[in-house]
Design a protein around this ligand. Sequence first.
Ligand code: 5GP
Length: 119
Amino acid sequence: MEKPTPSDPTIFSKIISKEIPADIVYEDDLCLAFKDIMPAAPIHILVIPKKPIARLIDATESDKALLGHLNLVAAQVANDAGIGDKFRLVMNNGAKAGQSVFHIHYHVIGGRSLQWPPG
Ligand code: 5GP
């Protein structure tokens, strides 16, 4: 199983440190939410923890509150974007599941009709 080192810096570390710009829609001490650079839908926001966890499978018991917080922030940014009653929350885990940035992130997707099951 591919396993990047959780401390490997990713592009998201540079967004957190403001070394590279992003269209930030929400920030607090624990997390950041910003618009995806290649949106898959009219609304496509990424919600990331400031703590660099490579994949969800690498999270531990000590991350429980942080993961709960990310869910609540995802719902809040969806609501603020006007899709509070019609959005999808996705987290890809591992390259074979489509993960390309190894710093966990929720995709908040909406603003168009969403098919099920996803591809
Ligand atoms: P993944 O494929 O890991 O689930 O999702 C990574 C997401 O990050 C992709 O949707 C991709 O478009 C987005 N992304 C990658 N690099 C950047 C960047 O530099 N800025 C922003 N805003 N999004 C990025």
